[in-house]
Design a protein around this ligand. Structure first.
Ligand SMILES: Nc1ncnc2c1ncn2[C@@H]1O[C@H](COP(=O)(O)OP(=O)(O)O)[C@@H](O)[C@H]1O
Ligand SMILES: [Mg+2]
Length: 275
């Protein structure tokens, strides 16, 4: 990816297109094939029966959302789609294609399943004994104790695409960037589970604090600027006017300060559990 003198992204990177960024999820029959039991909401694995090969997806019906005290009920699926739109429009390219879909359990979000590369994913976020935190290339973001009372650390890698995801999370005010929501696939970094994003109050909870206070680079600034200028018009059916205005405010703050924020005291800054 290159950036011109005005800080605009001119062309995308040379990497081959990733199916999770290019799949077309049109209206077609959706076959439920399983349920994700580790998920906190009714989250289904499904196959979209398109003309070509069936597309593996994650389907989250709005009806299956567990009510939360701080987010309006049956809006999490809309936030999933809004997160994809911000990622696509800004050129963050860190969220698999996600659309609103009327499935067998009613309207909800439908997201392309990412073929996860386990080894690559473990090189993004990991849990290690605190004595074994690597000296270089990694940041320790959470310290704790394992079942045998040995100190352990959650660590994340110092990688440009992961840092772009951290910027994206600040922009969408993601309240749940835990380890299991960060996936490595074909040389790319994907984030999933953006149902608790876009609140008007500050709710950023993430493991990705390694770059707190660092200056944003041109690629990051360009993505924030593009999302700020072009995404609000596309979000009217997904977020409230206040939530869209808050998104613009967060973008403006990033563009003015030109730095990743540091954790704030009034809200727990780490998701729990971290994985
Ligand atoms: N699009 C996806 N591709 C691959 N794995 C996914 C995808 N979406 C979710 N997962 C996996 O399924 C788990 C549960 O899904 P998640 O979106 O976190 O559900 P919930 O909103 O119920 O917490 C995630 O932690 C991740 O490991
Ligand atoms: Mg989850």
């Amino acid at each position: 990816m290159t950036v011109d003198d005005l800080g605009r992204l001119s062309e995308d990177d040379a990497r081959p297109p990733h199916p999770a960024l290019t799949a077309e999820l049109g209206q077609a029959e959706l076959q439920i094939t399983g349920r994700l039991l580790q998920a906190s909401n009714a989250t289904f694995l499904a196959e979209l029966e398109t003309d070509g090969n069936p597309i593996e997806c994650v389907y989250k019906p709005l009806e299956g959302e567990r009510p939360l005290w701080d987010f309006p009920h049956r809006t999490l699926g809309l936030r999933e789609v809004a997160a994809y739109e911000v990622s696509r429009i800004g050129g963050f390219d860190c969220v698999p294609v996600t659309v609103l879909f009327d499935g067998p359990f009613g309207p909800g979000s439908l997201q392309v399943w990412v073929e996860v590369d386990e080894a690559a994913t473990n090189k993004l976020v990991d849990l290690v004994p605190s004595s074994a935190v690597p000296q270089q290339g990694w940041f320790a973001s959470v310290e704790g104790f394992d079942a045998n009372d040995h100190p352990v650390s959650v660590i994340h890698a110092d990688i440009a695409d992961l840092r772009l995801l951290a910027v994206f999370d600040v922009l969408i005010n993601n309240a749940d960037r835990k380890g299991g929501h960060i996936l490595g696939s074909a040389g790319r970094v994907f984030g999933v589970d953006h149902g608790v994003s876009f609140h008007t109050d500050h709710k950023l909870r993430t493991l990705l604090w390694g770059w707190a206070g660092c200056e944003l680079n041109l690629r990051e600034l360009a993505a924030v600027r593009k999302a700020r200028d072009e995404a609000p018009d596309q979000l009217g059916t997904l977020l409230s006017d206040r939530e869209i205005a808050a998104l613009v405010r967060r973008a403006d703050l990033l563009l003015t300060r030109r730095r990743l924020p540091r954790p704030r005291g009034e809200w727990p800054s780490i998701p729990w559990p971290p994985f």
